[in-house]
Design a protein around this ligand. Structure first.
Ligand code: PEP
Ligand code: CO
Length: 449
């Protein structure tokens, strides 16, 4: 049994991947400002998200989580946010249609500003610099001054999260997300492919269904004029996460900086500060599960993070790589199923499939991503389990960061529009194509259960 939890108890344990601030006075000042600042989300919203995740746990809904590897301050901009929301909503329509089930939409957005790094330093153009740790910590410019961790960046991240969330709320509640206006849902910069033709058919089917519903049940289609959309980010920078944690012992503590925080693969040590922090909050928690987790370690993590064994508390986001999933996933599925512990299983086909090109550019091959997703569905089926969600790094823009896909992007194409400061994302067209492939898998899964 661990001692009683309080929001700062993680400070007793070792916290990996934290910046070392040299200005303690300004750190204290930022901490007090954040602690007093209005929360970004509410406990009611987090509970609503948990309710929707229960439907995912029961097999009545599918979890779609996606967005940038790392949001950047300069991308807190209307068009970029709108296109990210749009691609996720369009993908969700495809998945609803494919799986005939609800989709719970979650962005890696409005707070995804902190990045774990494999090394504290990196070499840029022959110069060794402290690693870039996300805009909430330091600047990405290859300059020693920009790389210094500055506490005030937490305030800038908080403000941008608030601005992003404000726009998302306005778009998802009002006209933009209204299925009565299919013109908002047209595809952009997408070739004429079987996938895009199927999408146009689907859109006209949806619009007809909405028109029929308006006639037979007037006033009852209000739910079709808005969408639920939740936020998530990696709970990495604990100083920030703890400052946005609110509540009391009686009603429980919530992280009100996001609906859905997750623990990264590099900070999931059993005796580490990140697991300790996450065990005390009422939000559902994601746990990235990479190649080095053993069955017994995973069971132990589930016991700590979900002591009451609630079905919609922990989402295991597995990320092994197309070549390793067959070796790793079955072991973990067996361990969890024989323990009787509950978890929602979600596949991240991005982080095990990162490669470097001959010129040192980080990329991912579309086919590897698809292959890991297909294997995940198949392995879950073979083990009497269910794949309940997908976790993707994507953008609504026409970038060139992952190779392959419907546009058959080559390594040479990566020079054209590579914008990510950390990991490569699926572009708009590649994301929509993944949605079509997933829809087919969901249809098969629905038929086989
Ligand atoms: C990420 O999701 O960007 C990430 C760093 O993932 P992981 O913890 O799985 O490596
Ligand atoms: Co990433």
């Amino acid at each position: 049994m661990r001692p009683e939890w309080y929001p700062q108890c993680w400070r007793e344990l070792s916290a990996l991947q934290q910046p070392e601030y040299d200005d303690q006075e300004s750190l204290q000042c930022v901490n007090s400002t954040l602690t007093a600042a209005p929360p970004l989300v509410t406990a009611w919203e987090v509970d609503r998200f948990r309710g929707q995740l229960s439907a995912v746990a029961d097999g009545r809904a599918f979890l779609l989580q996606g967005g940038d590897c790392s949001e950047s301050f300069i991308d807190c901009e209307a068009g970029t946010i709108l296109r990210k929301l749009k691609v996720l909503i369009q993908m969700s329509l495809v998945l609803i249609w494919g799986g005939r089930q609800r989709v719970v939409r979650v962005g890696r957005i409005a707070g995804q500003y902190a990045k774990p790094r494999s090394s504290p330093t990196e070499v840029v153009d022959g110069v060794t610099l402290p690693s870039y740790r996300g805009d909430i910590v330091n600047g990405s410019e290859p300059d020693i001054r920009a790389r210094r961790p500055v506490p005030e960046r937490m305030l800038r991240a908080y403000e941008r999260s608030a601005m992003t969330l404000n726009y998302i709320r306005a778009l998802s509640e009002g006209g933009f997300a209204d299925l009565h206006h299919p013109e908002n849902w047209d595809l952009e910069f997408v070739r004429n492919t079987p996938g895009s033709r199927r999408y146009q058919e689907l859109l006209s089917t949806f619009s007809e269904a909405v028109q029929v519903l308006d006639v037979v049940a007037p006033g009852n289609s209000a739910e079709l004029s808005r969408v639920d959309f939740f936020t998530s980010h990696e709970a990495l920078l604990l100083e920030y996460e703890a400052a946005l944690t609110r509540g009391d012992r009686r009603s429980g503590y919530y992280n009100l900086g996001t609906h859905f925080p997750w623990i990264g693969d590099r900070t999931r040590q059993l005796d580490g500060a990140h697991v300790e922090y996450c065990r005390g909050i009422r939000n559902p928690v994601g746990l990235k599960v990479g190649n080095t987790v053993s069955g017994s370690e995973l069971i132990e993590l589930l016991r700590i993070l979900n002591p009451n064994n609630e079905p919609a508390k922990v989402v295991l986001i597995h990320r092994f790589g197309a070549g390793r999933i067959r070796e790793r996933l079955p072991v973990l599925l067996d361990a969890v199923s024989s323990s009787g512990l509950s978890a929602v299983w979600c596949c991240d086909p991005m982080h095990g499939n990162t490669v470097s090109t001959g010129t040192g550019v980080k990329t991912r091959a579309f086919d590897d991503i698809v292959s890991e997703v297909f294997s995940a569905f198949q392995i879950h089926r073979e083990h009497g389990s269910r794949l309940s969600g997908i976790h993707l790094e994507l953008t609504g823009d026409d970038v060139t960061e992952c190779v392959g896909g419907p546009g058959d992007l080559s390594e040479k194409d990566l020079e054209r529009d590579y914008r990510s400061t950390v990991d490569p994302r699926l572009n708009y067209e590649q994301s929509m194509e993944i949605a079509f492939l997933l829809a087919e898998q969901l249809r098969e899964q629905a038929l086989s259960h």
